[in-house]
Each structure stands twice: as C-alpha cells, then as structure tokens.
Write a protein that binds this ligand. Structure first.
Ligand code: ATP
Ligand code: MG
Ligand code: FE
Length: 349
C-alpha cells in the first residue's frame, strides 16, 4: 500500500508518500521565518502554523506523486519526541485522515524517521549498521538491526547539548542568523579550521565515555573566544571561528562513529539528522570511513532535516513487517526515548 507520512514535531510540516521503500512524492512547509526574530522556535507559533499547513501540505504531496486521497493505504505520523502542541496537531490530523479513509495508523518515533530517511535514497539498511544521529535535539551512536522489528541499541548519547544545539547557540553568540547550523557552515567556507584550538570533549580514551558526546563545553569555549576577541577590540574573525568550531564537532563525531564500527565489526556507518547536512561532517566522515574500509551512507541534504518522507519511510517498513496498527487512543509522547521505531505496542515485541 501507499503510506502517507506526516511530520510536525518542530517547525516543519511535512508530508510524504512511500510505497515499497520508494518515495513517490513529498511536500514541506516551514514556520522557520516566523521564529527567526525570536532566535529560536516558539512552540505556540509552530503549533498554529501546523494547523494551517497540514492539509495543504498533504495535498501538495499527493499532487507531487500524482495520487489521490483514495490511493492512501496507511498513515504514519510522528508521535514524539518534539514540541507537544506541534505533535498534537500532526497526530489529530493523521487520526482524522486514517479514520476517514478507513486505513490503519502507525505512530512513529521521529528519530527512527531520521534513520529511515536514508533508505529512500540508498535502499534497505544493512543489518547490522552503526547509525550516528546528529540533529537539533539529539546526538547518539546507535546499533541498528531491523528497524521495524528490533530494539535499537544505544552505544552512546550526548551527556549535555546536541551537536545541532551547539551550532545554533554558538551562531547566536557569533551574531549569525537563525538557524545557526547552516550559517556556521557558510561562514566556515572562508575560514581556517586550525585557527582556534577548540577542545575535543570526551576523547581521552576513557572506556566509559568512548561513545558519549559532550558539546556544552565546546559552546562555552567558542563563546569565551568570541568575548576575548571582542575585548581585544578586534573585529571577530568569524570565518576562522566558525571553521574551527565545525572542525571540532566534525572531528569528535566522526572519530567516535568510525571507532564504534571498528569495535563492533560493523561495515556500514549511516549518518543522519540535520547536522548530517554539514559539509565538514560529510567530508570528514567520507575521509575516515574510506581509510577504515567502512561503507558510508548519508542521505541527500533535503532528507537530512525534518520532512514527511522519512516518517512515511518508517510507516512503510512497519506495514511491510506486519506491525499492528496504533490503537485508536494512541497519544503523543514529547520526550519518547528511542527504543523502537514504532511508538505503540507492536506484535511480537
Ligand atoms: P530532533 O530531530 O533532534 O528532534 P530537529 O528536528 O530540530 O531536532 P533536525 O531538523 O534534524 O533537528 O536538524 C536541525 C538541526 O540541524 C539544527 O540544529 C540546525 O542548525 C542543524 N543543521 C542544519 N543544517 C546544518 C549544517 N549545514 N551544518 C550544521 N548544522 C546544520
Ligand atoms: Mg527544523
Ligand atoms: Fe529532527
């Protein structure tokens, strides 16, 4: 069946249509511009924007695929984690559509969506694979087997900020526009990545933190550096600061991810989430995976940040795995831990 995926966990309203692992069409609306002047996502504004965007985005995705409502055979929706008001809107819309069409509904973990995004470009994930998920709210190293059936093993997570959060917050201190990640990436192009010796947190080799991440110290180091430069009366060498910060983040992320593959004898690394769009993260991952003989998979840019296609991709995997649909009273879970791709009980679990 054709699976409609709906994403509304943050500031993007996304719809995607997937059948048998293939992306048929998708559409996206963003309230990013409405948040820019506040320097971050305002939950109430995001929720209201989803109300306005949801149905038009579903219709645009259908147009993109050349399909009609009646062609939809199942609906998948992000149930968490994310902003609760934003999630509520997506779930209410998805429930209504599934009920009206008489098709099953599947509740999906947003981060499983980021992982599944890659399958739309590169086909089924090898079992097992190591996944580095780096986004605005999460930074984790995972061991993934069958995404639709097996529990997801956390090798390590961030102990404080996410990598994307670090980019976003430092960008603000540097006076760059929101969202910060892409702005740092652009500013870094003209900079020297060795200009500022930013720390490489949790890389001492201590086995207890081998796959853990920490980015809040890096954020503070970048803020202190900017303060010192400004206090010295110099114009902030932004490009050098951005390039050095990006280098530190990319270095730590890729070093630990490649080490995890080697330690677990896993031949494939998958890098997903919004920060997988970062040019230096992509380049260094390529370089280090090639040197270690590891196959690297990174989704194309448009599938790295939040979208509906990735949620449809998880729904499609669940449907094909014969997963039980969500109960009629399925609810959102704004802080759902990533244990399974489905956010409701699945047969055989
Ligand atoms: P989560 O998925 O953890 O709930 P989210 O959905 O807000 O959080 P994503 O949409 O996956 O996160 O990614 C957004 C993050 O990616 C932001 O922090 C943004 O700054 C970052 N990002 C996007 N493009 C780039 C880039 N080119 N370089 C660095 N960071 C980037
Ligand atoms: Mg976003
Ligand atoms: Fe996300």
């Amino acid at each position: 069946p054709v699976v409609l995926g709906i994403e509304s966990s943050c500031d993007e309203t996304g719809a995607g249509l997937v059948r048998d692992g293939r992306l048929l069409g998708h559409a996206l609306a963003s309230s990013m511009d409405e948040h820019a002047r506040y320097g971050g996502v305002v939950p109430e504004i995001a929720a209201r924007a989803h109300v306005h965007a949801l149905l038009p985005v579903v219709h645009r995705a259908l147009d993109d695929a050349g399909l009609r409502m009646a062609d939809i055979g199942a609906v998948a929706v992000t149930c968490g984690p994310g902003l609760s008001g934003a999630l509520q809107v997506g779930l209410a819309g998805a429930k209504s559509l599934a009920y009206a069409l008489g098709v099953p509904l599947h509740g999906v973990h947003h981060l499983a969506g980021h992982v599944a995004a890659d399958t739309l470009e590169h086909g089924p994930l090898p079992d097992p694979c190591v996944v580095l998920i780096v986004s605005g709210g999460h930074t984790s190293l995972l061991l993934v087997r069958d995404l639709a059936r097996d529990p997801i093993v956390h090798l390590g997570d961030t102990v404080d900020d996410a990598a994307g959060e670090c980019f976003d917050k430092v960008a603000r201190v540097f006076g760059l526009p929101y969202p910060g990640g892409p702005a740092i990436d652009r500013a870094a192009r003209a900079g020297d990545p060795r200009a500022v010796p930013f720390p490489r947190p949790l890389t001492s080799g201590d086995p207890r933190t081998r796959y853990a991440f920490s980015f809040s110290g890096l954020k503070t180091a970048a803020a202190r550096w900017a303060e010192r430069e400004r206090a010295a009366g110099r114009e902030l060498p932004l490009a050098d600061g951005a390039a050095s910060l990006q280098e530190a983040v990319a270095d730590v992320l890729t070093r630990k991810a490649v080490a995890a593959c080697a330690a677990h004898g896993v031949g494939t690394l998958v890098v997903v989430g919004g920060v997988a769009a970062n040019s230096r993260v992509r380049a260094l991952a390529e370089e280090r995976c090639a040197a270690a003989g590891i196959a690297l998979r990174v989704p194309p840019l448009r599938l790295c940040t939040d979208n509906g296609a990735m949620i449809a991709a998880v729904g499609d995997l669940l449907v094909r795995a014969g997963a039980a649909p969500a109960p009629a009273d399925v609810s959102i879970d704004p802080s759902a831990p990533l244990e399974y791709a489905a956010l409701h009980p699945v047969a055989g679990r």
